[in-house]
Design a protein around this ligand. Sequence first.
Ligand code: SAH
Length: 219
Amino acid sequence: MNRLAGIGMTSARTRDRLIRRLQEQGITNPAVLDRIRTVPRHIFVDEALASRAYEDTALPIGFSQTISQPYIVARMTEALLEGGKKVGKVLEVGTGCGYQTAVLAPFVKKIYSIERIAPLSKRATATLKELGVKNVMLKHGDGFQGWKSQKPFDGILVAAAPLAVPDALFAQLANKGRLIVPVGPEGAQQLLRFTRNGDKIEREILGKVAFVPMLGGTA
Ligand code: SAH
């Protein structure tokens, strides 16, 4: 129990400081802010980094990957939920340590999350279980293919940056569904939101971001 609650640098007080910072940066959805306050980010990182878990920064999780910055997780979650309608099925590409998955879980019916690095997917499964997050299904695989057997998705959230949006993701997006994805080469990425309207797909630019690259195949 104590491990989840945290003490000192992982305490409620430290978390409140992070929430204030996110508000200053323009995150306004109170439910999202509350969820970030509640999810114990320190259990997603190595114990040696736990004291830095409530800084608004990406941190290493091994295999040259990082846990996403809290601001980015908040921004993407907000962008997916905007408008207040309950979201049904969501596809997440890039489970990583499962932090974004845990933040998003209570806002949607079910999350299908794909990670290309097997040990990360395995560890995320254990962490999400420890947290009691139940409406998720994790799989080791290549997100460029999407998750065909579960399509269509009301939301798709991509946590690694492709150079161009994979066709499979557009193909698996439900009508009125939203796809949030960082696109572009390192140093010049933009966070985009696509909304399907029948055969038309509307595109919005949400801002400049820095994600790890989306890579093909599995590891
Ligand atoms: N939201 C995650 C972010 C992890 S970083 C978190 O908070 O931990 C992005 C992740 O995307 C990495 O774990 C990386 O291995 C994964 N990734 C990159 N390309 C991928 C692909 N084609 N399919 C699935 N996962 C991919």
